[in-house]
Design a protein around this ligand. Structure first.
Ligand SMILES: NC(=O)c1ccc[n+]([C@@H]2O[C@H](COP(=O)([O-])OP(=O)(O)OC[C@H]3O[C@@H](n4cnc5c(N)ncnc54)[C@H](OP(=O)(O)O)[C@@H]3O)[C@@H](O)[C@H]2O)c1
Length: 281
């Protein structure tokens, strides 16, 4: 299968390229830099705003994976989705669990009502456009692994402030997914005969942000301290939309992923404390 991956040099995109190449697919790896994240993939230059380039590349592919960072311009995002959409050809769009908003204590699946956080409001409209065109939406939890992503920011805070930090209530939990497991799910969805739908990509439904902050402190060389950061103080440093998102309590599962044989068993806290986030680890 020939697969176009847009956003191929990113944290998620590069892992998906790796998984596809490993499976034996021919991969066209698109990003603004045009670099290929894997020697087995062809790197090409492309930009979401250039719909002609997107459309031409998509026209030559059997499937498309969309994993770019948000541009902040909804009209650009929407036009890009339209350029990548063809009837009957799989399009996997990478959304995120912030489209769901706060969930309550028990894990919710893909049928849960949505109440998007401000940071993800346009995401919901884009999701609907993807689904209306016959595409598939993947909502990853907070992605971790390879010492990167949001947990790397936690380790950075621990190093900078002398203690791990969580934002808002100590009862806050994040759904977590390992980046390699996430890439494996993309491949499984592409290989499956499942109809286009929303998939929640989550290894662990609800991980304590206090536990993650303490693990980040250990990764940064500390004893495992976790200190509360008020929403207001955090917002001054990282901006209100991101601070609000990181202070939101979510518990998320899936009604569908187990059917694909996808049931990873890993611990994000363990990886942050003793794995890929530890210098030299
Ligand atoms: N990381 C997480 O924890 C997480 C969780 C849930 C959902 N998500 C979502 O998943 C998506 C990918 O996240 P990520 O963490 O992998 O992001 P990332 O590491 O920042 O990667 C973004 C990718 O998009 C490309 N890109 C950026 N702007 C582009 C544009 N205008 N046109 C074409 N390509 C562009 C980048 O390469 P160039 O700069 O070379 O173009 C890069 O390949 C995002 O939408 C993010 O919101 C992420």
């Amino acid at each position: 299968m020939k697969v176009l991956v847009v956003g191929a040099t990113g944290y998620i995109g590069a892992a998906v390229v790796h998984a596809l190449v490993t499976r034996g697919d021919a991969v066209v790896a698109m990003s603004r830099s045009g670099k290929s994240p894997h020697e087995g993939a062809e790197g090409v230059v492309g930009e979401l705003a250039d719909t002609e380039v997107l459309s031409a590349a998509a026209g030559e592919a059997d499937a498309v994976v969309h994993a770019t960072a948000p541009t902040g311009d909804e009209s650009v995002e929407t036009a890009a989705i339209d350029a990548l959409t063809r009837p009957g050809r799989p399009l996997l769009y990478t959304s995120g669990i912030w489209a769901l908003g706060a969930t309550g204590r028990d894990p919710v699946d893909e049928s849960a009502p949505v109440n998007a956080l401000p940071i993800a409001e346009s995401r919901l409209r884009i999701e609907r456009r993807v689904l209306a065109g016959g595409g598939t939406v993947i909502r990853p939890g907070i992605v971790y692994g390879q010492g990167a992503g949001i947990p790397a920011m936690l380790v950075g805070w621990a190093a900078e402030y002398g203690s791990g930090r969580y934002i808002g209530s100590p009862a806050t939990r994040w759904p977590m997914v390992n980046v390699g497991d996430l890439a494996d799910l993309f491949v499984r969805v592409l290989a499956s005969a499942e109809p286009p739908r929303i998939w929640h990509a989550v290894d662990e439904p609800a991980v304590s942000t206090v536990a993650l902050a303490a693990a980040a402190d250990i990764a940064a060389g500390g004893p495992g301290r976790a200190e509360r950061w008020s929403l207001g103080e955090a917002a001054e440093v990282i901006g209100e939309p991101l601070a609000t998102a990181l202070s939101t309590d979510q518990a998320i599962g899936s009604a569908h992923t187990a059917r694909l044989g996808w049931a990873p068993k890993r611990s994000a806290v363990e990886d942050v404390e003793r794995g890929s986030y530890v210098a030299g680890g």
